[in-house]
Design a protein. Structure first.
Length: 963
C-alpha cells in the first residue's frame, strides 16, 4: 500500500514539474469566478494537489482505466491531515468505474476527507472497499454535499459505511444512493454515521446490510443537533442489532420522511423507519414489512423520544416486544396522533397493534386497525402497558394464547383514559375486551365493542384485575367462556378494585361457574352505580351483576334488566353474596336450580340486603325466593326495606320474598305480591324459616296476588289493605322518608315505592300553612297557633324549639307527630309549651310531615316575661314581603293587634271579590299567603289587596303577583 501511495505522489509531482499548472486541467484558474475545469481522469487526479480551489467538471469521466483501476485502485482525495476544503461542482456529469480495494484502509471514497463542498455529481458503477469511514463519494465529511448520487455498485466496509458518505457532520441535501452497501457497525444507504449534521431531501434505493446500527438512509445519526427532513428509503435493509428502514439509531429530529423497504433484523431492535429513536419523529410513515427477534416496530423498534403524526402499514413479526408502530416505548416517551394498520405477530410475549411494550410513556390520540396475534401478553393497541393511554382505540382482531386484550394485554400500574376497542378478541386463556390482566392502574371513560371468546377467564373490559379503578366504562360486545374460568360482562375476576358508573349490554355466556353480567367473581372490591342489560347464561354461581360477590364494601346503586340463566346459586343480581347490597334492583327473569333468587341466589355470613326490589320472574328448585333463594347467617345478616312483585316458582322452600332463612336472620319492613308456587313449603313471604332462622318484623304479603294464604313468617293482607290508601294495620312502623305511597297507582300498582328509585314521583302540594304564631298565656306558657288547609296525605305536625335563631340548632318538643285531619277546609291547631323559663327568648319552627318528607316553617319568636305579657300598644298592618312575588311563592303579612282587641285579615282581588278571611287574636302575627283562595285554587297574576279590620284600625294595602 505504501508503494502504491508513493506512486500516486510521484505521478502528481512529475505532472506538476513537467507541465504548466493550467495543463493539469482543461482550463480555469481555480477561483470561484474561474474554477479549474475537470474533463478527464487525469484532471480529477490533479484535484488532490489543489485542496482549497474551485473546480467544475465539464465532461463525464471514466475511472475504469489504468492506473486508477489497478492494484488498490483510486487514491481518495484528501485525508485527515490534508482535507479537501475547496468546491467541486460536478455540473451534472458522471464519474464511473470508481474502484477502491483497501479492506484495512481508513477514509476510503472518491474523496477521503471533505471540509469544503461537492455538488451536482453522479458516481456510477462503483466498487469501494475499506475498513472504517468508507463512502462511495466521501469517506468523512464536515462540509456540504448537494445534488449528488451514488448510482450503481457496491460499498463495503466495517464501521461508518455509507453508499454516499461514510461519516458526516456537515450537510447533505437533495442527494441519493442506489448502490448496495455492506458493513458491520453504523452502516447506511446514504450515510453510515451522521454526527449532528443536516440531511434533507435525500433518498436510498440500494440494499443495505450490516450488524449494528443499520439504516436504509443512515446507520447512526448521533448528536442531539442533527436533523433529517423530507427523506425516503425504498431499499431493503437487513441487520442484526438496531436496524431501521431509514435510520438505525437516531438522536436527530426526523420530519416528513418515509420508508417502504423490507426490514429484516436477526436480534434486537428494528423499526420500519428507525431502529432506536431518542429524539423527535414527526409526520413520517413506514410501509415495508419487518421481521426481528425483539423490540420490533412498524415505525420504531425502541422509542425514548416523541413520535407525532406518524403511521405504519407494514406487517410486523417478532419474538417479543413487537408493535405495529413501536416495539418498546420507554419512560418519558410520547406518541401523539399515530396509527398503524399492518398485522402484528410474535412467538413469545408483548405484542401490540401499535406498541409492544409501553414502559411509563404516554400514548395520546393513537389507534391501530391491523390484526394482532401472539402468545403471551397480546393487545390490540399495546401488549404490556405501564404508562398512560389517552383517547386511543383499536379495531383489529386480536388472538393469542393467554393474557389477550382488545386494547391492552397486561396493564401494570398503567392509566387508560377515554379509549376503546372494536375488534374481536380470542384467546385460550384470560381474555378481555380492553385489558386481559391488570395489576393496579385505572380505566376511565373507556369502552369495548368487540366480542370476547376464551375457554378460561374472560371479561368484556378486563379478564382478571387487582387494585384497579374503573369509572364511566362500558361493554357492548358479547363475552363467551367455553371452559373453566370466571366470566363477566365487565370483569372476569376482581380483587380490591373500585368500580363506579359502569355498565354492560352484551350477552355473557359461560359453561362453568362464576358468571355475571358485570363480574364473574368479586373479592373485596367496591361496586357502585353499575348496571347490566345483557342476557347472562352460566352454570353455578351466576348473577345479573356478579356470579359471586365477597366484600366488606357495600354493593350499591346497581341494577340488572337482562335475563339470567344458571344452575345452583343463581340470582338476578348476584349468585352468592357475602356483603351488603343496597339501593339495587332486578327486572330480568331469573332461572336457576338450588338456590335461586330474584336478587341473590344466596346471602351468607356478612350478607345484608336493604332498599332493593325485584320485578322479574324467578324460577328455581329448592330454596327459591322473589328476592333471595336462601339466607344463612351467624346472626349478623339482615333484610330490610325491600319488596318483590315478580312471579316465583320452585319445587321446595319457595317464598314470595325469601326461599329459606336460617341462623338468626332479621327481616323487616318488606313485602311481596308476586304469584308464588311450589310443591313443598311454599309461602307468600317466606318458604322455610328454620334453625333459629330469624325474626320477621312488619313484613307482609298479598294473599290474593300471591295465591298463598300461609307463610313461614310475616303477615298476610288483602290487596285493598296493601295498596293506597292502605289499611291502618299495614306498614306499621315503616319509615316514610324511605318509602313513598303510590297515590296515583301509576308507579307500582298502588303498593309502596322506595323513594330512591322513584324520584320522579309528583311533587304534591300536601298542605297550605296560612298562619303560624306564638303568644304568652296567663300562666306564662308559650301558646303556638297555626291554621292550615288543603291537607292531603299529611301524617302530622312537629314543633321545634331553640334559643338560637339558627334552625340547625332546633330540637323537636315531642317524639310523636301532632295528627293532621287531612281535610281541604281550613283547620286550626294549637300547642302549649310549658317548659319555658322566665326571661328567655325562644324561637319556634313548625314541621309539616307527609308521606314524601318534612318541610320546616318559621321561625316565630317570643320572650317569656315574669309579669303579664306585654302586648302591642298599637294595632298596625305592615307591608307584605316580598312584594311583588311570583306565582307559586309565598308572601308574609305582619300584623300587630293591641291588647284587648281582635281582628280579621281579608284578601280580595281588584274586583273586590273576597278570596280569604283569617281571624286574628291580640298579639303579633305573621300571616303567610301562597296565592290560593279559600277553596285551595290558585289565583292568577295581577293586583290584589289585603285589609285589616279591628276596633281601632281599618287599613288596606296593595300587593302584586307576577307570572
Amino acid at each position: 500500500m505504501k508503494t502504491r501511495k508513493l506512486f500516486w505522489s510521484l505521478l502528481a509531482l512529475i505532472s506538476v514539474i513537467s507541465f504548466p499548472i493550467y495543463a493539469q486541467f482543461a482550463g480555469g484558474s481555480g477561483t470561484p469566478q474561474d474554477p479549474w475545469q475537470v474533463a478527464t481522469a487525469e484532471h480529477l487526479n490533479q484535484v488532490r494537489n489543489h485542496l482549497a480551489s474551485w473546480f467544475v467538471q465539464t465532461a463525464d469521466i471514466d475511472l475504469d482505466v489504468a492506473p486508477y483501476n489497478e492494484d488498490e485502485g483510486w487514491e481518495p482525495i484528501g485525508d485527515a491531515q490534508s482535507k479537501f476544503e475547496g468546491n467541486y461542482n460536478g455540473n451534472d456529469h458522471l464519474i464511473s468505474g470508481l474502484r477502491i480495494d483497501r479492506p484495512d484502509g481508513l477514509f476510503q471514497g472518491l474523496f477521503g476527507y471533505l471540509a469544503g463542498s461537492i455538488r451536482n455529481l453522479d458516481i456510477q458503477n462503483i466498487d469501494v472497499r475499506g475498513k472504517d469511514y468508507v463512502g462511495g463519494l466521501v469517506a468523512y465529511s464536515e462540509g456540504s454535499i448537494r445534488n449528488c448520487c451514488s448510482d450503481v455498485g457496491t460499498v463495503h466496509g466495517d464501521h461508518r459505511v455509507g453508499g454516499l458518505v461514510g461519516f458526516s457532520k456537515g450537510t447533505i441535501r437533495s442527494s441519493r444512493n442506489m448502490a448496495n452497501v455492506v458493513g458491520n457497525h453504523h452502516t447506511g444507504g446514504l450515510v453510515g454515521y451522521n454526527d449532528s449534521g443536516l440531511i434533507q431531501d435525500c433518498s436510498n434505493s440500494g440494499h443495505i446490510s450490516g450488524s449494528l446500527n443499520i439504516g436504509g438512509l443512515i446507520g447512526n445519526s448521533n448528536g442531539g443537533a442533527g436533523s433529517i427532513r423530507n427523506c425516503q428509503n425504498t431499499g431493503d435493509v437487513s441487520g442484526t442489532n438496531t436496524t431501521g428502514g431509514l435510520v438505525g439509531h437516531s438522536d436527530a429530529v426526523i420530519r416528513n420522511c418515509h420508508s417502504t423497504g423490507i426490514v429484516t433484523n436477526s436480534y434486537l431492535v428494528a423499526g420500519g423507519l428507525v431502529g432506536r429513536n431518542k429524539s423527535t419523529i414527526m409526520d413520517c410513515y413506514a410501509s415495508g414489512n419487518l421481521s426481528s427477534s425483539s423490540n420490533a416496530g412498524g415505525l420504531v423498534g425502541e422509542n425514548y423520544g416523541r413520535i407525532d403524526g406518524c403511521h405504519s402499514s407494514g406487517n410486523i413479526s417478532g419474538y417479543q416486544r413487537t408493535g405495529g408502530l413501536v416495539g418498546c416505548s420507554y419512560p418519558n416517551s410520547y406518541l401523539y396522533d399515530c396509527h398503524s394498520s399492518g398485522s402484528v405477530s410474535n412467538t413469545y410475549r408483548d405484542a401490540g397493534g401499535l406498541v409492544g411494550m409501553l414502559s411509563y410513556g404516554t400514548l395520546e390520540k393513537c389507534s391501530s386497525s391491523g390484526c394482532v396475534n401472539g402468545v403471551n401478553t397480546v393487545g390490540g393497541l399495546v401488549g404490556l402497558n405501564e404508562g398512560s393511554i389517552v383517547d386511543c382505540h383499536s379495531k383489529g382482531i386480536v388472538t393469542g394464547e393467554y393474557y389477550v386484550g382488545g386494547l391492552v394485554g397486561s396493564n401494570n400500574y398503567g392509566t387508560i383514559i377515554a379509549s376503546w376497542n372494536a375488534g374481536n378478541v380470542l384467546s385460550n386463556r384470560i381474555a378481555g375486551g380492553l385489558v386481559a390482566l391488570n395489576s393496579n392502574g385505572s380505566l376511565q371513560d373507556c369502552h369495548n365493542e368487540g366480542n370476547v371468546s376464551c375457554p378460561s377467564d374472560a371479561g368484556g373490559l378486563v379478564s382478571s384485575s387487582t387494585s384497579l379503578t374503573i369509572s364511566n366504562c362500558y361493554n357492548t360486545g358479547n363475552v363467551n367462556c367455553s371452559g373453566y374460568g370466571k366470566t363477566g360482562g365487565l370483569v372476569g375476576y376482581s380483587y380490591l378494585d373500585t368500580i363506579t358508573n359502569c355498565y354492560n349490554t352484551g350477552k355473557v355466556t359461560a359453561s362453568h361457574s362464576d358468571t355475571g353480567g358485570l363480574f364473574g367473581q368479586v373479592r373485596e372490591s367496591t361496586m357502585q352505580a353499575c348496571y347490566n342489560t345483557g342476557d347472562v347464561t352460566g352454570a353455578d354461581y351466576t348473577g345479573g351483576l356478579a356470579g359471586r360477590y365477597y366484600s366488606l364494601v357495600t354493593l350499591s346503586d346497581c341494577y340488572n334488566t337482562g335475563k339470567v340463566t344458571g344452575a345452583g346459586y343463581t340470582g338476578g343480581l348476584v349468585g352468592q353474596v357475602d356483603s351488603s347490597i343496597s339501593n339495587c334492583y332486578n327486572t330480568g327473569n331469573v332461572t336457576g336450580a338450588t338456590p335461586t333468587g330474584g336478587l341473590a341466589g344466596s346471602l351468607y355470613l356478612r350478607g345484608t340486603l336493604n332498599n332493593c326490589y325485584n320485578t322479574g320472574k324467578v324460577s328455581g328448585a329448592t330454596s327459591t325466593g322473589g328476592l333471595a333463594g336462601s339466607i344463612s347467617s351467624n346472626g349478623t345478616a339482615s333484610f330490610g326495606n325491600s319488596y318483590n312483585t315478580g312471579e316465583v316458582s320452585g319445587v321446595k322452600w319457595v317464598g314470595g320474598l325469601l326461599g329459606s332463612i336460617s341462623n338468626g336472620v332479621t327481616v323487616s319492613n318488606c313485602y311481596s305480591i308476586g304469584t308464588t308456587t311450589g310443591t313443598e313449603n311454599a309461602g307468600g313471604l317466606i318458604g322455610r324459616n328454620y334453625l333459629d332462622g330469624g325474626e320477621i318484623i312488619d313484613s307482609y304479603w298479598d294473599i290474593e296476588k300471591s295465591g298463598q294464604t300461609t307463610s313461614d313468617g310475616g303477615e298476610g293482607r288483602l290487596t285493598a289493605q296493601m295498596v293506597f290508601p292502605h289499611g291502618e294495620d299495614t306498614y306499621i312502623g315503616w319509615d316514610w322518608e324511605i318509602w313513598a305511597p303510590d297515590v296515583s297507582h301509576s308507579f307500582n300498582g298502588g303498593y309502596p315505592c322506595l323513594r330512591s328509585f322513584y324520584e320522579f314521583a309528583p311533587d304534591l302540594v300536601n298542605v297550605d300553612l296560612n298562619s303560624f304564631s306564638a303568644t304568652i298565656d296567663a300562666a306564662n306558657n308559650v301558646e303556638l297557633n297555626w291554621q292550615s288547609q288543603n291537607e292531603n296525605l299529611m301524617l302530622g305536625y312537629r314543633v321545634f324549639r331553640s334559643v338560637n335563631p339558627d334552625p340547625a340548632a332546633a330540637n323537636p318538643l315531642t317524639d310523636e307527630l301532632i295528627p293532621a285531619t287531612n281535610t281541604l277546609a281550613p283547620q286550626s291547631y294549637s300547642f302549649i309549651d310549658n317548659t319555658v323559663e322566665m326571661g328567655e327568648t325562644y324561637y319556634y319552627w313548625l314541621e309539616t310531615v307527609d308521606y314524601f318528607g318534612g318541610n320546616l316553617n318559621g321561625s316565630v319568636s317570643v320572650t317569656v316575661f315574669k309579669e303579664v305579657p306585654d302586648f302591642p300598644d298599637v294595632t298596625t298592618l305592615k307591608n307584605a314581603y316580598p312584594n311583588p312575588f311570583k306565582l307559586g311563592e309565598v308572601t308574609n303579612i305582619e300584623v300587630s293587634i293591641k291588647e284587648g282587641e281582635t281582628g280579621t285579615l281579608t284578601i280580595f282581588n281588584a274586583k273586590g271579590q273576597v278570596l280569604k278571611t283569617v281571624s286574628l287574636p291580640q298579639g303579633s302575627h305573621s300571616y303567610r299567603w301562597n296565592g290560593r283562595d279559600s277553596n285551595g285554587s290558585t289565583v292568577g297574576s295581577g293586583i290584589y289587596f289585603y285589609k285589616l279590620n279591628t276596633p281601632s284600625l281599618t287599613q288596606s294595602k296593595k300587593m302584586v303577583i307576577l307570572k
